[in-house]
Design a protein around this ligand. Structure first.
Ligand code: GLA
Length: 449
């Protein structure tokens, strides 16, 4: 397979830049998250899989310190920049930012002082802005390429988990405040398995998937550009959650009369406090006196000015008329964490029915408590459940992108035919289905020899 792949990439290369003896190749998969949405940056678990929709690339060293990027997809025009101590970002959403993110993080990690250049050619089967992690796949591609250019070896100079952690942090350069799920599964997933990931520190465990059920992806066709129009909506999640932490930290500190430092919601669950899920929810209700809470009230609870609250946590985020739904946000995170744990048990017990039920509950909580769904995703999941799925939910950051549905093998055709008719044709008015496929898992990102 590798040879065919390299031949395919080779055929499309701008030849003069890629002399055959020095060209390297790699493949980097996308991912689908089965359950555990917006839990990672809160220090809780996720359960994604790697998918056989991949970024393929060829790269070659250059004699100067320029980095030149080419993409087979004409939407992504040739870009170049100088590799240096300070690399400034291109305008938000520009595709070279993902490569810059990977390069900058490795320059820092390895204290690089002479900055080598390279050519990179990308050719991808991974759809973009559909919640299948095309962004992180690009960042990981950059990291694998640049490691080789630096003469560093994955596994010897840096482990896959370390690289994932570094790239998760590094990706903040593009403006999103995501967690580490995508980078970790891309670098550590395995064919035929879901990858349960826990954070701070990152740990992974592989769980075999069901053999009589499949996961099916359906693209809602609504684009959710995480570094574009959805940037602020995405970042609102981490921002409000850290505000919840501050409120709870202050409340708990008074109760237990000891200094506390809470960086994320998961810190209530692990470490010194070791609270149960119910205890965390109970404290949250006591620390946040009502369902919706205004900026002024938050400021007075924290004994700060509203400007300080903006500066420290929420930036320019608009204050909703009813106030911020902080209790609902934490309700989602904690119940979602419980669902991830139960889903892991369901996989181990080969209990697809329970897994499906948890997926449905997850979608409902994403929609009601975290407010990351949209009418198209709600409709798509409803139709999915009506036509054979035992579970269906949005996957990824939300606000558009794809759903993932758990379907018994014998119902695959029935499910797909009906989704095509009821969603793509009837609801969207399209002539045929778009971006609907049965998930095929694959090995984690690798070089191709
Ligand atoms: C994006 C981020 C992830 C995660 C998901 C939501 O994909 O990159 O880290 O937060 O959204 O679960």
């Amino acid at each position: 397979m590798s040879n065919t792949l390299t031949t395919m990439i080779f055929e499309k290369l701008p030849e003069h830049l890629f002399q055959s003896d020095k060209v390297g190749f790699c493949r980097v998969p996308g991912r689908v998250n089965l359950i555990g949405e917006h839990t990672d940056y809160n220090g809780f678990s996720v359960l994604p899989v790697t998918i056989k929709k991949e970024v393929h690339c060829a790269f070659s060293p250059r004699k100067d310190n320029e980095i030149h990027l080419f993409n087979e997809d004409p939407r992504f025009q040739h870009r170049s920049f100088l590799n240096a101590m300070d690399i400034s970002p291109s305008p938000t959403g520009s595709w070279d930012n993902y490569i810059k993110a990977g390069v900058i993080a490795l320059n820092k990690k390895f204290k690089v002082r002479t900055f080598p250049g390279f050519n990179l050619f990308i050719n991808s089967t991974l759809p973009i802005a559909t919640g299948l992690s095309s962004s992180s796949a690009l960042v990981i591609t950059a990291s694998l390429v640049y490691l080789k250019i630096l003469g560093k070896e994955l596994g010897r100079d840096i482990s896959r988990l370390e690289l994932a952690e570094l790239m998760a942090e590094g990706e903040h350069f593009v403006g999103t405040r995501g967690g580490g799920m995508d980078q970790t599964v891309i670098l550590n997933g395995e064919e035929g398995h879901a990858c349960k990931i826990d954070f701070f520190p990152i740990r992974t465990s592989l769980l075999p998937l069901f053999n009589d059920h499949v996961f099916i992806i359906c693209d809602s066709t609504i684009r959710a550009q995480k570094t574009g129009a959805c940037l602020n909506r995405y970042n609102a999640g981490p921002r409000l959650c850290s505000l919840v932490c501050a409120l709870m930290e202050r409340f708990l500190q008074r109760e237990i009369d000891e200094p506390l430092q809470i960086r994320r919601l998961g810190d209530f669950w692990t470490g010194k406090l070791c609270l149960t899920y119910d205890e965390i929810l109970d404290y949250a209700e006591r620390a946040i006196p009502k369902e919706y809470i205004g900026l002024k009230e938050i400021a007075s609870l924290l004994n700060m000015s509203t400007q300080e609250i903006r500066q420290l946590w929420i930036g320019e985020m608009e204050e909703p008329e009813k106030g911020f739904p902080l209790r609902a946000r934490i309700r989602h995170v904690i119940t979602e964490q419980r669902r991830v744990e139960l889903s892991r048990d369901a996989l181990l017990a080969n209990d697809a029915y329970t897994f499906g039920k948890l997926m449905n509950e997850s979608h409902q909580s994403c929609a009601e408590n975290y407010e990351i769904s949209i009418p198209e995703l709600d409709m798509l999941t409803q139709i999915a459940r009506k036509y054979g799925a035992i579970g269906s939910r949005l996957t990824g950051a939300g606000f558009g992108g794809c759903t993932v549905s758990l379907v018994p093998c014998e119902k695959i055709d029935y499910f797909m035919e009906n989704i095509e008719k009821q969603y793509y044709q009837k609801y969207l008015g399209l002539s045929s289905a778009q971006g609907m496929f049965v998930v095929e898992t694959c090995p984690s990102a690798s070089y191709i020899n």
